[in-house]
Design a protein around this ligand. Structure first.
Ligand code: FES
Ligand code: FES
Length: 160
């Protein structure tokens, strides 16, 4: 790992594990997760803030990790798709609901959809299917699995 003058200290937690690194200040959270921590569940789609594939949670709020400098999450708690399973390793209810509702085809957008969906539920933006659609509108699915995605969120809300 480089420790030259252009790097910056970063201390945070990722999926409950303490992480200390010295990323370049220009390095995105997405690249740190994927390239340094091997957490490749978070996907790189556009790398420009347009698709939502890179969505993770920082202190419980969803963020686009491609637009977030890694050093910005210093002192905060990052959760990725690898961190949403229960203590027993079982699927998160929304992950199970994606399976139940055929809410994916190629699966590339799915981690981001699930991270946004979990946040959408926690934020309470689930009163109607239109509201779910609106609050998931930043997550693009090129396979067009939107009907199943909304149904999966609805199933999770109604079952909780
Ligand atoms: Fe971040 Fe597309 S990869 S929004
Ligand atoms: Fe293929 Fe969404 S399942 S992009």
């Amino acid at each position: 790992m480089s420790t030259n003058d252009s790097t910056h200290p970063l201390a945070c937690s990722v999926n409950g594990r303490a992480v200390r690194l010295r990323p370049d200040p220009r390095e995105s959270l997405l690249d740190v997760l994927r390239e340094r921590l091997a957490l490749t569940g978070t996907k790189k789609g556009c790398d420009q803030g347009h698709c939502g594939a890179c969505t993770v949670h920082v202190d419980g709020r969803r963020v686009l990790s491609c637009l977030t400098p890694a050093v910005q999450v210093d002192g905060q708690a990052v959760t990725t798709i690898e961190g949403v399973t229960g203590d027993d390793g079982g699927l998160h209810p929304l992950q199970q609901a994606f399976i139940d509702n055929d809410a994916l085809q190629c699966g590339y957008c799915t981690p981001g959809q699930i991270m946004s969906g979990i946040a959408c539920i926690a934020e309470g933006h689930t009163r109607t299917d239109d509201e779910i659609r609106e609050y998931l509108s930043g997550n693009i699915c090129r396979c067009g699995a939107y009907v199943g995605i909304v149904a999966a969120v609805r199933q999770t809300v109604d079952g909780s």
